[in-house]
Design a protein around this ligand. Sequence first.
Ligand SMILES: Cc1cc2nc3c(=O)[nH]c(=O)nc-3n(C[C@H](O)[C@H](O)[C@H](O)COP(=O)(O)OP(=O)(O)OC[C@H]3O[C@@H](n4cnc5c(N)ncnc54)[C@H](O)[C@@H]3O)c2cc1C
Length: 256
Amino acid sequence: MDRETTTVLENRALGKDHRMLVVKAQKLAMLSRPGQFAELSTDGATLLRKPISIAMASKEKGTLTFVFRMIGKGTEYLGALEPGSALDIIGPLGNGFDTCCKSALLVGGGVGTPPLLYLASQLRKEGKEVAVVLGARDKADLLLLDEFAKLGIEPLCATDNGSCGVKGTVVTALTEKAALDFETKLYACGPWPMLKALASFAEEKGVKLEVLLEAYMGCGMGICVGCTVPTTEGMKRVCKEGPAFNAKEILWNKIR
Ligand SMILES: Cc1cc2nc3c(=O)[nH]c(=O)nc-3n(C[C@H](O)[C@H](O)[C@H](O)COP(=O)(O)OP(=O)(O)OC[C@H]3O[C@@H](n4cnc5c(N)ncnc54)[C@H](O)[C@@H]3O)c2cc1C
């Protein structure tokens, strides 16, 4: 973990209420791994820093990319930062994904999609076969299709209203279309009900599933214990022992 005063290089709209923020962060880019997150300062606009997943890191360019949905004061502050502004960032935080697998199927729901972009890029660098399934309410909410295309991946899409791809959830798409074998590992990030449904799906199919959890978080560094989740080994902190967990470890029936 480190702290860096980064410089905003780019801050642009993605769809109707998301932004993509790229910062020059030489030290943090070198340290980061897929599945980790960072605590972004809002310079007092909110009481606490904002935890945001690392959507991409380039060690060559020394950049970090974040993609977020503007839903409150913190993300509105971040979404309004002009290129050239300074942004104080603490990171990388959390454990990150375990990329050990033969082939991977990445499943993203809504704003859970960004960390899977970085994971897809890393898995490709490691020479692994990667497929992606993305779900959203509507076509306009599907994120990062162009960025996955740049990696040579065309995601299979599912929308609640059928405006793009399969009509239904990512589980509908997986059931109807995905070719799964027992050597494929599933990685997922998205809303809790989606992760819960996927955990049952993976259990039924006998495939491994690693989930990236997003919980309400205080400090983001393991001190306040505000983000714990029930696991087979007791309560664990999403910010420290997570945010990536083996789905079998999570006691899904005790959550929400
Ligand atoms: C490890 C981690 C990684 C994350 N990565 C991303 C990311 O890549 N992109 C992204 O858009 N968001 C991400 N989030 C969620 C993001 O941190 C919150 O949405 C953000 O804190 C909202 O800040 P705000 O001040 O704009 O809104 P707030 O005023 O804090 O919240 C606005 C509304 O959003 C809801 N909300 C706030 N935080 C969360 C949360 N953690 N989970 C569910 N609902 C919440 C609240 O119910 C509230 O009504 C991540 C969270 C965690 C813990």
